[in-house]
Design a protein around this ligand. Sequence first.
Ligand code: PLP
Length: 390
Amino acid sequence: MAVSSFNPPIRTLMGPGPSDVHPRILEALSRPTIGHLDPQFVSMMDEVKTMLQYAFQTTNELTIPVSAPGSAGMETCFVNLVEPGDKVIVCQNGVFGGRMKENVERIGATAIMVQDDWGKAVDPEKVEDALKANPDAKVVAFVHAETSTGAQSDAKTLCELAHKYDCLTIVDAVTSLGGSELRVDDWGIDAIYSGTQKCLSCTPGISPVSFNDRAIEVIKNRKQKVQSWFMDLNLVMGYWGGNAKRAYHHTAPVNALYSFHEALVMLQNEGLENAWQRHYNNHLALRAGLEAMGINFVVDEADRLPQLNAVSIPEGVDDAEVRGKLLNEFNLEIGAGLGDLAGKVWRIGLMGHSSRAENILLCLSALEAVLGNSINSGVSLAAAQQQLTK
Ligand SMILES: *Cc1c(COP(=O)(O)O)cnc(C)c1O
């Protein structure tokens, strides 16, 4: 078989992730590989940690990138904090709460499910009812930014509730980190995980996590060994941790960490709050354009994620055909609906480097071209422009 290099097309990524990777970050990926215990690499790792603490707004010592995607960050939190027989309150309002349940059950623990409709935020009252009914619960787990629906939950309130009932919190911030307000220390988040490929505009495959002292105490006092050798933080701490000897644990994904370092430098230069504001402003512009077309948002205004816009597919429009045309004719990727929302919604991401004016205008004009008479045409670009120049 004759083989040749793979040359991907150049796409504009406006789905649920990965988002557009900034050229500076891609360039960093191709710098020369050095040893992962090389002193120069180790000092770069120290910088990654410091910049990550800034991104998470935490002083937690145990703030590290797990060498695997967001799902592995999720699993790292669960396998370390939850033991067989424990009870975990899992809030579900979309796909990712369901994955949390899987994690809990595979550990041999019990998941107490708090269900909210897809597209709604987690309801703190239901969480409090579950806490009252389960005084022996150990952890409350929830998704801050539900990428499957575009809804944002009130992490601060949920953490306060959990602590009132003496529970630890595990928070999924895969889509919120860098894209909307997130304050690990101020909000009292005990364990958190995220991803690099959403609002940090980095390549996929790394999962930043952070654990506070309360969580570390629980990990150090486990009755049983963590069943995953790779994710056992007692071992990983020797590699990444504070005064760690940097003993060999696994080979760090050296080049992927160069790119992550670059992404964090860019975030720091922009300023975290400026990044949050940029995501919000661009959401308003996309929204102005979509609403001018007559396309409606799925999530109530107060709970909408600026970085993930879930909108109803107009009546009589073929979902797959439209997304296919956007991809093939405009090199533009938008996301399909999942689960309960499959075939009913599109998920338009404005994450990280994808959250910029030119992408909004491309998306609106491509949608106009493809949707033809199914929408109000000829008005969306002006509506978005007007919002962008406010
Ligand atoms: C994308 C995502 C994940 C999973 O991250 P992967 O890097 O795909 O493993 C988990 N939770 C949420 C909310 C996500 O959006």
